[in-house]
Design a protein around this ligand. Sequence first.
Ligand SMILES: Cc1cc2nc3c(=O)[nH]c(=O)nc-3n(C[C@H](O)[C@H](O)[C@H](O)COP(=O)(O)OP(=O)(O)OC[C@H]3O[C@@H](n4cnc5c(N)ncnc54)[C@H](O)[C@@H]3O)c2cc1C
Length: 313
Amino acid sequence: MYDLVIIGSGVTGYGAAMYAARLDLSVVVIGNVEGGTITLTDDVANYPGYVQLTGTELAEKLREHALDYPIFIETGTVTDVFRTKEKFFYVVTENKTFLAKSILFATGMKERELEVPGHDELKNKGVSYCALCDAPLYKEKVVGVVGGSDSAVKEALLLAKYCPKVYIIYRREKIRPEPINAKRVERESKIEIINNTNVVEILGEKKVIGVKLDRPHNGSDILPLDGVFIAIGGIPYSSLAKELGVELNEKGEIKVDRSSRTNLEGVFAAGDVVDSEFKQAITGVAEGVHAAYQAYKYVNENEFIFTCQEEED
Ligand SMILES: Cc1cc2nc3c(=O)[nH]c(=O)nc-3n(C[C@H](O)[C@H](O)[C@H](O)COP(=O)(O)OP(=O)(O)OC[C@H]3O[C@@H](n4cnc5c(N)ncnc54)[C@H](O)[C@@H]3O)c2cc1C
């Protein structure tokens, strides 16, 4: 029996675990990718206290800090969560079941896929979702990044270290990076921005040879490329929460109040999976800490009497 089960081992989950353990809650973090999304970048320069570090380093520091307390980290995917009549939760993975007084969804989001012809056939044959993982494969090649967010721009900046030419292809008028990254892009002569343009097809048979655009660029709607990196945002991992009865917004994000509480007693959510506008490592960690404190209050203010005979983990 745990006071708090945290689903998701990204920065939000680790931050919440550290704080919950400080508050003397018994905690397990269950996650299928250690460190989560932040490990996809090699340049984190906006986490207070660290001028610059890689995403993996940041995740590792938060994990180490959490493990400085008596918490458990379990590798696995949660496949089911349900509530008993006595207010307990069962959190089920492929091979274990955890019993909890409260739960925190810190499940983040998965990449939104570019739904155009050629995408599925050419995924991992020139279509990539991770510049940090794949950029070295494109040394001296011409690549495109689809998207205009700060993350997309950071992907382009990383690729420009390897590639002679990087196009940012964005459907709106103006890309929207943080000002510091906007300046970096302006200074990077290898990056060219193609605004107001959609990729409508990815071309190639065995590997990517280019993309088809919905409006001509330099007189042609075909842009020859060796690789296409997709960075068009994410879809929240909120289906388990939904099945439990947690309210979502129209984007599928979990609705929370300012203290990371959902509409269900004992169920909290934080980080990229919730309905906040600004999603960053530091905001996820802070929300996770709020959730830990609320879980502490919830666990201490309620009486829990376990009457079932089921085996607990
Ligand atoms: C390319 C890129 C660059 C970025 N750069 C920065 C930056 O420089 N600075 C910054 O502050 N932010 C940056 N961000 C944003 C930042 O990565 C996220 O805001 C942050 O990592 C969110 O953390 P999280 O813990 O909420 O979610 P995640 O990191 O996504 O972690 C959630 C974890 O839960 C797991 N999970 C989901 N469902 C289940 C389940 N059923 N069972 C078990 N595990 C599950 C997921 O697989 C994932 O590992 C960047 C994002 C990207 C994509």
